[in-house]
Design a protein around this ligand. Sequence first.
Ligand SMILES: [Cu+2]
Length: 156
Amino acid sequence: MKKMFFALILTSLLLTACGAAMPSEVSAMDFWARSGMKDGNSAAYMILQNGTDADDELIGASSDVAQAVELHLSQMKADGTMEMIQQQLISVPAGKAVELKPGSYHVMLIGLTRDLKTGDEISLTLKFKNRADITLTIPVMDAEGMGGSGMDGHMP
Ligand SMILES: [Cu+2]
């Protein structure tokens, strides 16, 4: 009986320590969007952090700067070229961080309604399976400067 009591105290101490170290929410950080021309495509990148003890999923996104917004995964094909595969969701497991970056997962902005230039800001709303939407104000950065060089096939 005594052993069990100590085990309970230890567990609650550990939980307290974890709670203090991590944000207790799903949050986005280090976000940026690739510059692009009206009618062309662009992409948004970020790190999604799940500070909760429950798995979640990014299930979609929306923005008024694009006619369509999709979740994509870029990956290398056997012949060495990159392809983009539309994703129904991007998993954000409990206590984990998922990086959306050039050459990997990204939020694809298809059919830009205006030019996106370095220094601009766009609004992007992320939809999750298990929580409220998150709307981000995302800075636009120069694609060349970020070393992306068309890895995702977003550049002409
Ligand atoms: Cu894409």
